[in-house]
Design a protein. Structure first.
Length: 92
């Protein structure tokens, strides 16, 4: 799984990504919990100037697209379509 879709705090795929006060993207619940207990960035350990979070709609859309592609690929594989697709593509 790509690093950019994982929350740097939990390591889990983000469902509701937000941009934290340090400019990094996090899963909302994880950074909310972090900010409640800390005044520093979980990524840089620098002091946070504020505690506002901004929804990262672009990243959420990219993650949703990636998850849909993964699901489509899994369905093809489960249906045996993966073998057909591989046999059509000439090897280099």
């Amino acid at each position: 799984v790509h690093k950019w879709i994982r929350c740097p705090i939990s390591g889990e795929i983000m469902d509701d990504p937000v941009i934290g006060p340090d400019g990094y993207s996090y899963e909302r619940k994880n950074i909310e919990n972090w900010i409640f207990d800390n005044d520093t960035s979980p990524m840089t350990d620098e002091p946070l100037k504020h505690k506002e979070l901004v929804s990262n709609h672009q990243l959420r859309g990219q993650i949703q697209s990636w998850l849909e592609q993964e699901e489509d690929a899994k369905q093809l594989s489960d249906e045996g379509g993966g073998e057909v697709a591989r046999s059509v593509i000439p090897s280099v």
